[in-house]
Design a protein around this ligand. Structure first.
Ligand SMILES: C[S@@+](CC[C@H](N)C(=O)[O-])C[C@H]1O[C@@H](n2cnc3c(N)ncnc32)[C@H](O)[C@@H]1O
Length: 288
């Protein structure tokens, strides 16, 4: 598929993760507080039911309990990664496949921070409309870059004022599973070619995402979404991003979803959550 909006193709996954963040935000002591997630879900009018708070969809409650746990852990980890980059002095942030990520609006950023959000044009248009209706104000200099990440996104980013001489904090959250091998390899090569020394990167990845879906319990869970998640995944999945970055000279570390659950005091409650906890990897890297 060449392009999509917020309720079609890969676009709908951005809405599903926003729903999960909305559910997590509605809980006592949430892992993430996203004040805009519910507004995105309400405005999109998705073709299937998506919740905006815990307990709203009693029939699919188990699904959203798991989703809010995964997305809560993932969001918290990447929020902390970005806060650490800011503390270390990085003032340029690029969120690739930003979807409905509202970090420009919900996190504290030091003065002089410029944050670029890259995604498909119609996804970003929808996002900007909803944020404007909400009267949301970014807490940094926010610039959107409407481009396909399989195309020449480097020049689109440079055109918006990205400075390759400055260290950058990159975020690649919820993207790699949807890119075929070549596109994923090219994407990380491009990240490298645009990175000044002391740049950092954080990436969520799953080794062979399609294979991970073959477990019947996971297959059943995904059916409850109401869209064919497996059809969005390419047959030739991305390689190991940790290996690729290490070869390019990055110092790389990674943790699993289970590590994050332990770190943030959450239980992986059943087989499905444990499997995701074991398969989901969260990589961080630093250049120089
Ligand atoms: C699961 S969502 C993740 C969104 C966001 N990172 C988050 O965690 O909330 C996947 C996002 O990847 C974007 N995406 C996937 N392939 C893309 C491509 N080739 N070019 C631009 N965006 C892409 C989709 O539009 C969607 O917003």
């Amino acid at each position: 598929m060449r392009d999509w909006d917020i309720v079609s193709g890969v676009g709908i996954t951005a809405l599903a993760v926003a729903a999960a963040r909305a559910v997590e935000s509605s809980r006592a002591e949430p892992l993430v507080e996203d004040p805009y997630a519910a507004a995105f879900v309400r405005a999109a009018q998705a073709p299937m039911p998506l919740p905006t708070r815990a307990g709203e969809l009693p029939r699919e409650d188990a699904l959203w309990e798991r989703m809010s746990l995964f997305l809560g852990l993932r969001s918290r980890f990447f929020d902390e990664y970005l806060a650490e980059a800011s503390t270390a002095g990085v003032r340029q942030v690029v969120i690739l496949a930003a979807g409905l990520d509202s970090r420009a609006f919900r996190l504290d950023w030091p003065d002089e921070t410029t944050l670029f959000e890259v995604d498909q044009p119609r996804v970003l248009e929808f996002k900007d409309e909803v944020l404007a209706e909400q009267g949301a104000q970014p807490r940094c200099e926010r610039r959107t870059v409407a481009v396909d990440l399989r195309d020449d996104w480097a020049n689109a980013l440079l055109d918006k004022g990205f400075d390759p001489e400055q260290p950058t904090a990159w975020l690649v959250e919820g993207l790699l599973p949807y890119l075929a091998r070549d596109a994923a390899t090219r994407l990380l090569d491009t990240v490298h070619s645009l990175s000044a020394l002391e740049s950092t990167v954080a990436i969520e990845y799953v080794h062979d995402p399609k294979a991970a879906l073959e477990d019947p319990a996971v297959e059943n869970m995904l059916k409850e979404f109401g869209f064919d998640f497996a059809a969005l995944l390419p047959d030739d999945p991305h390689g190991d991003p940790a290996e690729q970055l290490a070869e390019l000279g990055w110092a790389v570390g990674d943790v699993s979803g289970a590590d994050l659950a332990e770190r943030y005091g959450r239980q992986l409650t059943d087989n499905v959550t444990s499997m995701f906890g074991a398969n989901g990897r969260y990589l961080t890297g630093r250049l120089g």
